[in-house]
Design a binder for this molecule. Structure first.
Ligand code: NAD
Length: 290
């Protein structure tokens, strides 16, 4: 069984990006720049944003982190976005989700200039994705595609099952896997909380992408021998024996899945690292122009 190691695949993506920034630097050019906005101090969001900023530094990108209080008015956040939209030194804008309840997420996403929308959540970019046009692919599905590419996983003609239909993972993932691209051309079934006979659906899958946020949901008896398993789930599960008081759990029962799968992503160390690789590639794309 092959472990699809996010550390290795992400390092390969980052090495190429570093080469590109070094070439830009040698030519005296401006570096690609990512602006991240963090509202409030949600623990997981803090970790994600810090990691994104660190990865920017490692690949030679510039980055700025703007912190806003949890009770900030929506208009203040929108004004910050408007300012960054106009800033010629800012290539990519990322607003870390989720946002506090009083702020309308869709309004914030639509306020970002689509040419700087490196998360790929703006309806213009989603529309372009659906139509197979050049766009910013949402970072997590993009990272998964990069992972499949790195490990040469054949997808053409395969049955793929995506569990979860969110705008940031499941739905764009299902579109990509069904698209006429190198890591696509699958026959895709998208499952969600109302899907009946999920176990039977999964047993027909050559590739399963689990993105529902329920720890250990996908068990060994739901997996066809030889299937490729992509675990997107990240849930903090309380564990008093762990240093931080919690452990990160994926949506797949890893031990059971290992007895059936031909390839699998671990959690942590799998899709999470590829998400950042996808974001960095999008930021370079925004710098170069869509
Ligand atoms: P979400 O809550 O927005 O969506 C979950 C989806 O799963 C929904 O469409 C729902 O219908 C479906 N679902 C829920 N319970 C189900 C069930 N019992 N059977 C079938 N479908 C069910 O979640 P999300 O934002 O898409 O995130 C999913 C998971 O992926 C979370 O654990 C999240 O933390 C993780 N995540 C990881 C990364 C990464 O970089 N690795 C990035 C984004 C999200």
């Amino acid at each position: 069984m092959l472990v699809l190691d996010g550390k290795i695949a992400a390092a390969a993506v980052k090495a190429t990006l570093l080469e590109q920034t070094q070439t830009l630097k040698a030519a005296g050019k401006r570096m690609p720049h990512l602006a991240a906005i963090l509202v409030g101090n949600n623990g997981a969001s803090e970790t994600y944003v810090a990691s994104k900023v660190k990865n920017c530094e490692e690949t030679g990108f510039g980055s700025s982190l703007y912190r806003l209080e949890a009770d900030v008015e929506e208009s203040v956040l929108l004004a910050k976005i408007a300012e960054l939209n106009k800033d010629p030194n800012c290539d990519g804008i990322l607003v870390q989700l989720p946002l506090p309840k009083h702020i309308k997420e869709s309004k914030v996403i639509e306020a970002i200039d689509p040419t700087k929308d490196v998360d790929g959540f703006h309806p213009v970019n989603v529309g372009r994705l659906v139509q197979g046009l050049n766009t910013f692919i949402p970072a997590t599905p993009y990272g998964i595609i990069l992972m499949l590419e790195h490990y040469n996983i054949e997808t053409k003609g395969k049955n793929a099952v995506v569990i979860g239909r969110s705008n940031i993972v499941g739905r764009p993932m299902s579109i990509l896997l069904s698209s006429n691209i190198a890591q696509g051309n699958c026959t895709v079934t998208i499952c969600h909380s109302h899907t009946k006979n999920l176990k039977e659906v999964c047993l027909g899958a050559d590739i399963i992408v689990a993105a529902l946020g329920v720890p250990n949901f996908l068990t060994g008896d739901m997996i066809k021998p030889g299937a490729v398993i992509i675990d997107v789930g990240i849930t903090r599960v309380e564990d008093t024996t762990a240093k931080k008081g919690f452990r990160i759990k994926g949506d797949v029962n890893y031990e059971e899945a290992c007895t059936k799968a031909s390839a699998i992503t671990p959690v942590p160390g799998g899709v999470g690292l590829m998400t950042i690789a996808g974001l960095l590639k999008n930021t370079m794309k925004a710098y170069q122009g869509l």
